[in-house]
Design a protein around this ligand. Structure first.
Ligand SMILES: NC(=O)C1=CN([C@@H]2O[C@H](COP(=O)(O)OP(=O)(O)OC[C@H]3O[C@@H](n4cnc5c(N)ncnc54)[C@H](OP(=O)(O)O)[C@@H]3O)[C@@H](O)[C@H]2O)C=CC1
Ligand SMILES: O=C(O)[C@@H]1CCC=N1
Length: 277
């Protein structure tokens, strides 16, 4: 029997890798009782890391922990989802909601693995969840109740902000924006650091300046009611230095490149969805 919810809600994580640990870390930091979290992961390293974080119930096999969970979080790689989820088909309690964080696994695929009557939420988090600054897009299948939505929201709110989308296909756009997005900013920062080093600066100073600039820009943009376009213009004094840099970006086709990158990302999610259905 699943429990009544609130802090006592029981969460079973299937897969205890990077993303699961980020979410679990946030839940424990927010005071969720340790005995309400269980994790299945056959990797001894993953289990060790989870125990060090304060998780008291780690097991090798998902079958051992799904039967008394209110929320089951599927956090294994997409390529093994079918094998893992099919392994506990028929053992999910009535009223329990399954939330998959995998890219490229549709509700249709999840139902084919788990059973047509299972309540399914798809969630796309991102790695800043590790420091409590994540953002997660969520989509609920038709059979998901308001209480089950709240359970999913509460779990993800422990590591950042959450928003619900109305259409499952929007999850592929969430992947292209925020799921994979941290890597785009890391790549941009990597390039800035390398160029500053080419200009003669030592790597540590170049890294500190770049990271603080990224942090400052994101904090500013999210703190004021000014569009990012206007914020960019505010830095660009007429006839000054920034204007030249932005002109180089525009002439080099920055927006076209970003479009190509995001379309490639979304398209990969769509292909994975077809392959794994
Ligand atoms: N990383 C990211 O930025 C994001 C990832 N995601 C999604 O999150 C999911 C997990 O990704 P991530 O945490 O990065 O991956 P990880 O590889 O870090 O975690 C997956 C974990 O599952 C374990 N595992 C393997 N087989 C089983 C099994 N049979 N039962 C239970 N656990 C098993 C793995 O062990 P072992 O290592 O031994 O195989 C590993 O510890 C993916 O589906 C991905 O699409 C979503 C948003 C962002
Ligand atoms: O690259 C991936 O497939 C996963 C999904 C979003 C971020 N990482």
């Amino acid at each position: 029997m699943a429990s009544q919810h609130g802090d006592a809600s029981r969460i079973a994580f299937i897969g205890g890798g990077n993303m699961a640990r980020a979410i679990i870390g946030g839940l424990l930091a927010k005071g969720k009782p340790e005995d309400t979290i269980a994790v299945a992961d056959p990797s001894p390293d993953a289990q060790r890391a989870l125990v060090e974080m304060g998780v008291t119930r780690t097991v090798d096999d998902a079958g051992a922990i799904v039967s008394d969970a209110d929320l089951i979080v599927l956090a294994v790689k997409p390529q093994i989802m079918r094998a893992v989820a099919s392994g506990f088909r028929g053992t999910i309690p009535e009223g329990t909601v399954v939330m998959s964080i995998a890219a490229g696994i549709s509700v249709k695929a999840l139902k084919s693995y788990l059973g047509e009557d299972v309540a399914i939420v798809r969630c796309m988090p991102n790695t800043p969840a590790l420091v409590g600054r994540g953002v997660a897009g969520l989509y609920a299948d038709a059979g998901v109740s308001a209480l089950q939505r709240d359970l999913a929201t509460d779990a993800m709110a422990a590591v950042g902000s959450t928003l619900w989308v109305d259409h499952e296909t929007d999850i592929d756009t969430v992947i292209a924006v925020s799921g994979s997005g941290p890597a785009y900013f890391f790549a941009f920062m990597e390039a800035m650091i390398n160029v500053a080093v080419e200009m003669g600066m030592d790597r540590k100073t170049a890294t500190d300046l770049t990271l603080q600039t990224a942090l400052g820009a994101a904090t500013l943009a999210s703190s004021v009611e000014i569009s990012v376009s206007d914020l960019r213009r505010n830095v660009s004094s007429p006839g000054g230095t920034t204007e030249q840099a932005v002109k180089a970006f525009q002439e080099g086709g920055l927006e076209t490149l970003v479009r190509e990158a995001m379309l490639a990302c979304k398209s990969r999610a769509e292909v994975m969805t077809k392959e794994l259905e």
